[in-house]
Design a protein around this ligand. Structure first.
Ligand SMILES: Cc1cc2nc3c(=O)[nH]c(=O)nc-3n(C[C@H](O)[C@H](O)[C@H](O)COP(=O)(O)OP(=O)(O)OC[C@H]3O[C@@H](n4cnc5c(N)ncnc54)[C@H](O)[C@@H]3O)c2cc1C
Length: 441
């Protein structure tokens, strides 16, 4: 893979209308938030207006609760409108590892819930009739070595045997029917996975939350949460609201509002670019099957068509140090061209970043601690998990049967000395890069 750090800095790879904001904001522009005082009292105060907060808010409001969603920035400022739009069933622990460590039954239970999380998005989109390009397009997971190829085949054979997950392996000779790249030695297609326009999904959720009666307030950071009797005083820059329950849905944007949580999350940045529109014949040559494409590595590399089929969207260099959108865009452009060489001739129209949150045990969590609810730590799978665990958090507040989930049962660890800084992420990603190179031999 070429190092793109010096490539393209002359500026000629950037389209004249280049933007450093997400491509998704073209179809779903941000509304500039006006700070506003929250209601004097509510049943539930939700901090964060991404997929987690909004999915919870809709269910709570429809169950008759008075709900306010508060965001420090414009509504939907976070990762929910900045991601790649892959809707998968991905967990950082493979089915095989769970079988080996906890046995078949546990592995099946966990992966059934991963399917449940995927279904939660499909169901939300369908029932609410959200027009957001949700499409079951299948995913191609690419491998660079025979060892990785066999490893991937083994993982999906196990999932097929125990869960009925459909898949087929693609050999090197068949790969050009799937992607215009000679870098890989094969891959696996999982036909049941999907893609979405995250900006429009988020917009649909905002609209449904509004019509369900949720009070939505942007530009108003929550600055403190104080337990008082059987409720909480939730302080914002515009005044305090009294809430029976509080849900924190701040994921990668979690600050020092709740130090207990901050010590358990690892924020990290992820980066994406969008190219200018391609000639349809060229697109048909480069990404002929219109799937989502993923490199089978620790360090996620992803490539897809935009939902309208005109552009290529590319993600890599997660967890690396932030720099300007142009510098990072130039690196990603060179990286993408290292995979699909024709991308070198395409200009970039958008280069942007967003924040995710990992956890020390690489599991997502939905918890209640000191009476406060939290859902997050999705380790890059927040479209399904944010939808699913946002709804689980709402069910836990409502005390309904749907509240049960395996993701509430695990301990939520921290490590001594961690206070929320992510200084070590570039080293972790370097280590992942080395591990990937070793496995690619
Ligand atoms: C570039 C990128 C690509 C990704 N690709 C994928 C993908 O393809 N598939 C997938 O499943 N996942 C993907 N993810 C992850 C996914 O986007 C996130 O996990 C998910 O959006 C998290 O949603 P959320 O609602 O929990 O948090 P967010 O959407 O991040 O929202 C958190 C909100 O909290 C607000 N906030 C923080 N502190 C305060 C405060 N004190 N007061 C008020 N508000 C506050 C922030 O302003 C922010 O709006 C990607 C992420 C990135 C960045």
């Amino acid at each position: 893979m070429p190092d793109g750090s010096k490539a393209g800095l002359s500026g000629d790879i950037f389209a004249p209308d280049f933007k450093d904001t997400p491509y998704w904001w073209e179809a779903a522009p941000r509304t500039v938030a006006v700070p506003e005082a929250p209601p004097k009292s509510v049943d539930v105060a939700i901090v964060g207006s991404g997929f987690t907060g909004l999915n919870a808010a809709i269910d709570l409001a429809r169950a008759g609760r008075k709900v306010v969603v508060l965001d420090a920035n414009d509504l939907g400022h976070g990762a929910s409108t900045r991601n790649a739009g892959y809707v998968g069933q991905t967990l950082k622990h493979s089915f095989r590892d769970l079988q080996n460590s906890r046995g078949d039954e546990y592995a099946v239970a966990v992966y059934r819930e991963m399917k449940g999380a995927f279904d939660a998005v499909a169901e939300r989109v369908e029932k609410e009739q959200i027009d957001c390009g949700f499409k079951i397009c299948g995913r191609l997971i690419l491998t660079k070595s025979q060892r990785q190829y066999e490893d991937l085949a083994d993982e999906f054979e196990r999932r097929n045997k125990h869960l009925g997950t459909q898949f087929h392996m693609v050999s090197k000779s068949e790969l050009r029917n799937e992607i215009g790249s000679d870098l890989y030695c094969g891959g696996a297609v999982i036909p049941s996975l999907a893609a979405i326009h995250p900006g429009l999904y988020h917009k649909g959720l905002l609209d449904r939350a509004r019509s369900a009666g949720v009070t939505l307030i942007g530009g108003t950071p929550v600055t403190g949460i104080q337990r008082d009797g059987d409720g909480f005083d939730v302080a914002t820059t515009q005044g305090t609201t009294r809430a029976k329950d509080v849900l924190i849905a701040t994921n990668g944007y979690t600050g020092n509002l709740w130090p207990w949580l901050q010590r358990r999350l690892i924020p990290f940045d992820a980066y994406m670019i969008a190219t200018e529109p391609l000639d349809p014949a060229l697109m048909a040559k480069l990404l002929p099957t219109d799937r989502t494409y993923l490199d089978h590595v620790h360090d996620i590399i992803s490539l897809r068509r935009s939902p309208d089929g005109t552009r290529i969207l590319f993600l890599w260099r997660t967890g690396t140090k932030p720099t300007t959108a142009r510098k990072k865009g130039a690196q990603l452009h060179a990286d993408a061209a290292g995979i699909v060489p024709e991308i070198a001739k395409l200009k970039i129209t958008h280069s942007w970043t967003g924040r995710c949150a990992g956890t020390f045990n690489l599991w997502p969590h939905v918890v209640q601690h000191e009476g406060i609810h939290f859902a997050g730590g999705y380790c890059f799978a927040g479209i399904p998990m944010g939808t699913y665990l946002g709804r689980k958090a709402a069910a836990r507040i409502l005390g309904t049967q749907e509240a049960k989930t395996i993701f509430a049962d695990r301990s939520f660890p921290t490590v001594p000395g961690h206070t929320g800084s992510n200084w070590f992420m570039p080293y972790v990603m370097k280590w992942y890069g080395l591990a990937d190179r070793w496995q690619s031999r």
